[in-house]
Design a protein around this ligand. Structure first.
Ligand code: GRG
Length: 297
Protein backbone atom coordinates (compact mmCIF):
# COMPACT_ATOMS: atom_id res chain seq x y z
CA UNK A 1 0.00 0.00 0.00
CA UNK A 2 2.77 2.43 1.00
CA UNK A 3 4.63 1.68 -2.18
CA UNK A 4 1.56 2.38 -4.29
CA UNK A 5 0.93 5.72 -2.58
CA UNK A 6 4.55 6.70 -3.17
CA UNK A 7 4.37 5.67 -6.81
CA UNK A 8 1.26 7.75 -7.29
CA UNK A 9 3.11 10.76 -5.95
CA UNK A 10 6.04 10.25 -8.28
CA UNK A 11 3.88 9.70 -11.33
CA UNK A 12 0.51 11.41 -10.89
CA UNK A 13 -2.20 10.15 -13.20
CA UNK A 14 -2.85 12.21 -16.32
CA UNK A 15 -5.69 14.52 -15.26
CA UNK A 16 -7.31 14.43 -18.70
CA UNK A 17 -8.11 10.74 -18.25
CA UNK A 18 -9.50 11.39 -14.76
CA UNK A 19 -11.79 14.04 -16.24
CA UNK A 20 -12.79 11.72 -19.10
CA UNK A 21 -13.63 8.91 -16.67
CA UNK A 22 -15.61 11.17 -14.36
CA UNK A 23 -17.70 12.44 -17.24
CA UNK A 24 -18.34 8.99 -18.70
CA UNK A 25 -19.11 7.45 -15.32
CA UNK A 26 -21.81 10.06 -14.71
CA UNK A 27 -23.41 9.22 -18.07
CA UNK A 28 -23.16 5.47 -17.35
CA UNK A 29 -24.73 5.77 -13.87
CA UNK A 30 -27.63 7.82 -15.18
CA UNK A 31 -28.26 5.43 -18.11
CA UNK A 32 -28.14 2.46 -15.74
CA UNK A 33 -30.63 4.24 -13.53
CA UNK A 34 -32.94 4.70 -16.51
CA UNK A 35 -32.52 1.15 -17.86
CA UNK A 36 -33.07 -0.67 -14.58
CA UNK A 37 -36.58 -0.97 -13.18
CA UNK A 38 -37.49 1.58 -10.48
CA UNK A 39 -36.95 0.22 -6.95
CA UNK A 40 -40.67 0.55 -6.23
CA UNK A 41 -41.69 -1.57 -9.21
CA UNK A 42 -43.48 -4.81 -8.24
CA UNK A 43 -42.01 -7.27 -7.20
CA UNK A 44 -39.96 -4.76 -5.21
CA UNK A 45 -37.36 -7.11 -3.76
CA UNK A 46 -35.86 -8.26 -7.07
CA UNK A 47 -35.58 -4.75 -8.48
CA UNK A 48 -33.97 -3.58 -5.26
CA UNK A 49 -31.48 -6.48 -5.28
CA UNK A 50 -30.51 -5.74 -8.91
CA UNK A 51 -29.96 -2.05 -8.15
CA UNK A 52 -28.08 -2.85 -4.94
CA UNK A 53 -25.54 -4.96 -6.84
CA UNK A 54 -25.17 -2.58 -9.78
CA UNK A 55 -24.81 0.65 -7.80
CA UNK A 56 -21.77 -0.22 -5.71
CA UNK A 57 -18.21 1.04 -6.02
CA UNK A 58 -17.66 -0.50 -9.46
CA UNK A 59 -14.86 0.71 -11.72
CA UNK A 60 -17.21 0.61 -14.73
CA UNK A 61 -14.35 -0.72 -16.86
CA UNK A 62 -16.46 -2.63 -19.39
CA UNK A 63 -18.88 0.22 -20.23
CA UNK A 64 -15.95 2.64 -20.46
CA UNK A 65 -14.29 0.30 -22.96
CA UNK A 66 -17.48 0.17 -25.08
CA UNK A 67 -17.49 3.97 -25.23
CA UNK A 68 -13.74 4.40 -25.81
CA UNK A 69 -13.72 1.81 -28.61
CA UNK A 70 -16.69 3.49 -30.30
CA UNK A 71 -14.96 6.87 -30.08
CA UNK A 72 -11.70 5.44 -31.44
CA UNK A 73 -13.69 4.28 -34.47
CA UNK A 74 -15.33 7.67 -34.97
CA UNK A 75 -18.57 6.97 -33.04
CA UNK A 76 -20.32 8.92 -30.30
CA UNK A 77 -20.62 7.94 -26.62
CA UNK A 78 -24.33 8.79 -26.51
CA UNK A 79 -25.08 6.23 -29.27
CA UNK A 80 -23.49 3.35 -27.38
CA UNK A 81 -24.54 4.08 -23.80
CA UNK A 82 -27.30 1.40 -23.68
CA UNK A 83 -24.84 -1.23 -24.98
CA UNK A 84 -22.23 -0.01 -22.49
CA UNK A 85 -24.72 -0.38 -19.62
CA UNK A 86 -25.86 -3.80 -20.85
CA UNK A 87 -22.27 -5.01 -20.48
CA UNK A 88 -22.10 -3.59 -16.95
CA UNK A 89 -25.31 -5.48 -16.09
CA UNK A 90 -23.80 -8.71 -17.44
CA UNK A 91 -20.60 -8.10 -15.49
CA UNK A 92 -22.62 -7.47 -12.31
CA UNK A 93 -24.60 -10.69 -12.83
CA UNK A 94 -21.30 -12.60 -13.06
CA UNK A 95 -20.04 -10.99 -9.84
CA UNK A 96 -23.25 -11.83 -7.93
CA UNK A 97 -23.08 -15.48 -9.00
CA UNK A 98 -19.32 -15.64 -8.43
CA UNK A 99 -19.80 -14.52 -4.81
CA UNK A 100 -22.38 -17.23 -3.99
CA UNK A 101 -21.50 -19.82 -1.31
CA UNK A 102 -21.42 -22.57 -3.95
CA UNK A 103 -18.86 -20.65 -6.01
CA UNK A 104 -16.33 -18.26 -4.36
CA UNK A 105 -18.30 -17.67 -1.15
CA UNK A 106 -17.51 -13.97 -0.71
CA UNK A 107 -19.32 -11.86 1.89
CA UNK A 108 -18.28 -8.48 0.50
CA UNK A 109 -18.35 -6.93 -2.96
CA UNK A 110 -17.91 -3.37 -4.17
CA UNK A 111 -17.32 -2.08 -0.66
CA UNK A 112 -20.46 -3.54 0.90
CA UNK A 113 -22.16 -6.86 1.70
CA UNK A 114 -22.43 -9.14 -1.33
CA UNK A 115 -25.89 -9.51 -2.85
CA UNK A 116 -26.64 -12.90 -1.25
CA UNK A 117 -25.55 -11.64 2.17
CA UNK A 118 -27.95 -8.73 1.89
CA UNK A 119 -30.91 -10.36 0.11
CA UNK A 120 -30.43 -14.09 0.68
CA UNK A 121 -29.11 -16.72 -1.70
CA UNK A 122 -32.29 -17.38 -3.67
CA UNK A 123 -32.87 -13.68 -4.38
CA UNK A 124 -29.21 -13.17 -5.35
CA UNK A 125 -29.43 -16.00 -7.89
CA UNK A 126 -32.56 -14.41 -9.32
CA UNK A 127 -31.03 -10.91 -9.32
CA UNK A 128 -28.11 -12.25 -11.39
CA UNK A 129 -30.50 -13.96 -13.81
CA UNK A 130 -32.63 -10.82 -14.04
CA UNK A 131 -29.62 -8.59 -14.81
CA UNK A 132 -28.54 -10.93 -17.58
CA UNK A 133 -32.03 -10.84 -19.07
CA UNK A 134 -32.35 -7.06 -18.68
CA UNK A 135 -29.01 -6.63 -20.47
CA UNK A 136 -30.36 -8.34 -23.59
CA UNK A 137 -33.56 -6.31 -23.33
CA UNK A 138 -31.39 -3.17 -23.33
CA UNK A 139 -29.31 -4.39 -26.28
CA UNK A 140 -32.36 -5.21 -28.36
CA UNK A 141 -34.13 -1.96 -27.41
CA UNK A 142 -31.27 0.28 -28.58
CA UNK A 143 -32.28 3.01 -31.01
CA UNK A 144 -29.44 3.28 -33.45
CA UNK A 145 -28.77 5.86 -36.07
CA UNK A 146 -27.20 3.13 -38.23
CA UNK A 147 -28.77 -0.14 -39.36
CA UNK A 148 -30.34 -2.98 -37.38
CA UNK A 149 -27.86 -5.51 -38.77
CA UNK A 150 -25.14 -4.00 -36.57
CA UNK A 151 -27.39 -4.34 -33.56
CA UNK A 152 -28.09 -8.02 -34.32
CA UNK A 153 -24.34 -8.60 -34.75
CA UNK A 154 -23.61 -7.06 -31.35
CA UNK A 155 -26.31 -9.15 -29.66
CA UNK A 156 -24.93 -12.38 -31.10
CA UNK A 157 -21.29 -11.46 -30.32
CA UNK A 158 -22.19 -10.63 -26.70
CA UNK A 159 -24.20 -13.85 -26.28
CA UNK A 160 -21.31 -15.93 -27.61
CA UNK A 161 -18.72 -14.14 -25.49
CA UNK A 162 -20.52 -14.82 -22.21
CA UNK A 163 -21.69 -18.40 -22.88
CA UNK A 164 -19.91 -21.73 -22.54
CA UNK A 165 -17.38 -20.77 -25.23
CA UNK A 166 -16.57 -17.58 -23.33
CA UNK A 167 -17.00 -16.23 -19.78
CA UNK A 168 -19.09 -19.12 -18.49
CA UNK A 169 -16.66 -21.68 -19.93
CA UNK A 170 -13.84 -19.88 -18.11
CA UNK A 171 -15.77 -20.05 -14.87
CA UNK A 172 -16.37 -23.80 -15.34
CA UNK A 173 -12.65 -24.43 -15.77
CA UNK A 174 -11.85 -22.22 -12.78
CA UNK A 175 -14.18 -24.28 -10.59
CA UNK A 176 -12.47 -27.45 -11.83
CA UNK A 177 -8.96 -26.04 -11.55
CA UNK A 178 -7.85 -28.48 -8.83
CA UNK A 179 -7.80 -31.33 -11.30
CA UNK A 180 -4.67 -30.28 -13.23
CA UNK A 181 -1.58 -31.86 -11.67
CA UNK A 182 1.41 -31.02 -13.93
CA UNK A 183 2.99 -27.57 -14.42
CA UNK A 184 2.27 -27.70 -18.16
CA UNK A 185 -1.39 -28.54 -17.60
CA UNK A 186 -1.68 -25.79 -15.01
CA UNK A 187 -0.23 -23.19 -17.39
CA UNK A 188 -2.57 -24.22 -20.18
CA UNK A 189 -5.61 -24.19 -17.96
CA UNK A 190 -4.71 -20.82 -16.45
CA UNK A 191 -4.38 -19.28 -19.91
CA UNK A 192 -7.82 -20.66 -20.80
CA UNK A 193 -9.41 -19.40 -17.57
CA UNK A 194 -8.01 -15.87 -17.96
CA UNK A 195 -8.85 -15.45 -21.62
CA UNK A 196 -12.39 -16.73 -21.10
CA UNK A 197 -13.50 -15.80 -17.59
CA UNK A 198 -12.19 -12.21 -17.69
CA UNK A 199 -10.90 -11.67 -21.22
CA UNK A 200 -14.01 -12.55 -23.21
CA UNK A 201 -16.18 -9.82 -21.66
CA UNK A 202 -13.44 -7.18 -21.93
CA UNK A 203 -12.91 -8.09 -25.58
CA UNK A 204 -16.56 -8.08 -26.50
CA UNK A 205 -17.00 -4.69 -24.80
CA UNK A 206 -14.45 -3.23 -27.23
CA UNK A 207 -15.97 -5.13 -30.12
CA UNK A 208 -19.53 -4.00 -29.36
CA UNK A 209 -18.53 -0.33 -29.24
CA UNK A 210 -16.53 -0.67 -32.44
CA UNK A 211 -19.26 -2.51 -34.37
CA UNK A 212 -21.88 0.06 -33.39
CA UNK A 213 -19.56 2.82 -34.59
CA UNK A 214 -19.21 1.10 -37.97
CA UNK A 215 -15.59 -0.03 -37.49
CA UNK A 216 -13.52 -1.42 -40.36
CA UNK A 217 -12.05 -4.93 -40.30
CA UNK A 218 -8.61 -3.50 -39.52
CA UNK A 219 -9.94 -1.49 -36.62
CA UNK A 220 -11.74 -4.54 -35.19
CA UNK A 221 -8.56 -6.60 -35.49
CA UNK A 222 -6.51 -3.92 -33.74
CA UNK A 223 -9.03 -3.71 -30.88
CA UNK A 224 -9.02 -7.48 -30.54
CA UNK A 225 -5.23 -7.48 -30.07
CA UNK A 226 -5.42 -4.58 -27.62
CA UNK A 227 -8.26 -6.31 -25.72
CA UNK A 228 -6.40 -9.61 -25.38
CA UNK A 229 -3.37 -7.93 -23.82
CA UNK A 230 -5.56 -5.64 -21.69
CA UNK A 231 -7.69 -8.51 -20.36
CA UNK A 232 -4.71 -10.62 -19.38
CA UNK A 233 -2.80 -7.70 -17.86
CA UNK A 234 -5.92 -6.69 -15.88
CA UNK A 235 -6.47 -10.20 -14.51
CA UNK A 236 -2.82 -10.78 -13.57
CA UNK A 237 -2.81 -7.41 -11.78
CA UNK A 238 -5.96 -8.45 -9.91
CA UNK A 239 -4.28 -11.70 -8.86
CA UNK A 240 -1.14 -9.87 -7.73
CA UNK A 241 -3.13 -7.39 -5.62
CA UNK A 242 -5.60 -9.91 -4.17
CA UNK A 243 -4.04 -10.80 -0.84
CA UNK A 244 -6.85 -13.18 0.18
CA UNK A 245 -6.77 -15.10 -3.11
CA UNK A 246 -8.33 -18.53 -2.54
CA UNK A 247 -7.93 -19.90 -6.03
CA UNK A 248 -5.34 -22.56 -6.80
CA UNK A 249 -4.58 -21.33 -10.30
CA UNK A 250 -3.34 -17.75 -10.42
CA UNK A 251 -0.45 -16.15 -12.30
CA UNK A 252 1.61 -15.30 -9.15
CA UNK A 253 1.12 -18.85 -7.79
CA UNK A 254 2.31 -20.51 -10.99
CA UNK A 255 4.97 -18.08 -12.23
CA UNK A 256 5.89 -16.11 -9.08
CA UNK A 257 5.35 -12.44 -8.25
CA UNK A 258 8.35 -11.00 -10.12
CA UNK A 259 7.60 -12.80 -13.37
CA UNK A 260 3.94 -11.81 -13.05
CA UNK A 261 4.80 -8.11 -12.74
CA UNK A 262 7.18 -8.33 -15.69
CA UNK A 263 4.48 -10.02 -17.74
CA UNK A 264 2.04 -7.19 -16.95
CA UNK A 265 4.61 -4.58 -18.05
CA UNK A 266 5.18 -6.41 -21.34
CA UNK A 267 1.44 -6.73 -21.94
CA UNK A 268 0.88 -3.00 -21.37
CA UNK A 269 3.52 -2.24 -24.00
CA UNK A 270 2.19 -4.71 -26.53
CA UNK A 271 -1.43 -3.59 -26.01
CA UNK A 272 -0.53 -0.12 -27.29
CA UNK A 273 1.14 -1.24 -30.54
CA UNK A 274 -2.01 -2.09 -32.56
CA UNK A 275 -3.60 1.23 -31.55
CA UNK A 276 -1.41 2.99 -34.15
CA UNK A 277 -4.19 2.48 -36.69
CA UNK A 278 -6.39 4.95 -34.77
CA UNK A 279 -3.75 7.72 -34.72
CA UNK A 280 -4.76 10.43 -32.17
CA UNK A 281 -8.15 8.79 -31.64
CA UNK A 282 -6.41 5.82 -29.97
CA UNK A 283 -4.94 7.97 -27.17
CA UNK A 284 -7.79 7.37 -24.73
CA UNK A 285 -7.41 3.61 -25.06
CA UNK A 286 -3.68 3.98 -24.29
CA UNK A 287 -4.48 6.04 -21.21
CA UNK A 288 -7.11 3.53 -20.09
CA UNK A 289 -4.64 0.66 -19.84
CA UNK A 290 -2.28 2.94 -17.91
CA UNK A 291 -5.11 3.93 -15.58
CA UNK A 292 -6.72 0.52 -15.02
CA UNK A 293 -3.52 -1.56 -15.01
CA UNK A 294 -0.20 0.34 -14.94
CA UNK A 295 -1.19 2.66 -12.06
CA UNK A 296 -2.34 -0.30 -9.92
CA UNK A 297 0.64 -2.58 -10.31
C1 GRG B 1 -20.95 -18.76 -11.30
C2 GRG B 1 -23.04 -19.97 -11.80
C3 GRG B 1 -22.05 -18.98 -12.25
C4 GRG B 1 -22.23 -18.39 -13.48
C5 GRG B 1 -21.83 -17.12 -14.06
C6 GRG B 1 -19.87 -16.00 -12.54
C7 GRG B 1 -19.58 -16.32 -13.94
C8 GRG B 1 -20.54 -17.05 -14.76
C9 GRG B 1 -18.42 -15.96 -14.42
C10 GRG B 1 -17.44 -15.30 -13.54
C11 GRG B 1 -16.83 -14.17 -14.14
C12 GRG B 1 -16.02 -13.43 -13.13
C13 GRG B 1 -16.54 -13.19 -11.76
C14 GRG B 1 -14.85 -12.96 -13.49
C15 GRG B 1 -13.99 -12.18 -12.60
C16 GRG B 1 -13.43 -11.09 -13.39
C17 GRG B 1 -12.99 -9.94 -12.57
C18 GRG B 1 -11.56 -9.54 -12.67
C19 GRG B 1 -13.86 -9.27 -11.80
C20 GRG B 1 -13.60 -8.02 -11.10
O1 GRG B 1 -13.82 -6.98 -12.04
P1 GRG B 1 -13.62 -5.47 -11.66
O2 GRG B 1 -12.35 -5.34 -10.89
O3 GRG B 1 -14.86 -5.24 -10.67
O4 GRG B 1 -13.77 -4.64 -12.88
P2 GRG B 1 -15.73 -3.92 -10.43
O5 GRG B 1 -16.51 -4.20 -9.16
O6 GRG B 1 -14.81 -2.74 -10.29
O7 GRG B 1 -16.64 -3.78 -11.60
Amino acid sequence: MRIRILRNRIAPMDSSIEKYLKEKRIAIESTLNRLLHPPKKYPLIIHQAMRYAVFGKGKRLRPILVIAAAEACGGKASDVLPAACALEMIHTYSLIHDDLPAVDDDDYRRGKLSCHKKFGEAMAILAGDALLTRAFEALSGMRLPKDGALQAKVISEVARAIGTEGMLGGQVEDIQSLSSPTQGQKEKKLAYIHSHKTGALINVALKAGAILAGASRGELKALDKYGRSFGLAFQITDDILDKKEKRELTYPRIYGLKASREKVKRLIKSAKVPLKIFKKRGDTLKKLIDYYVESRI
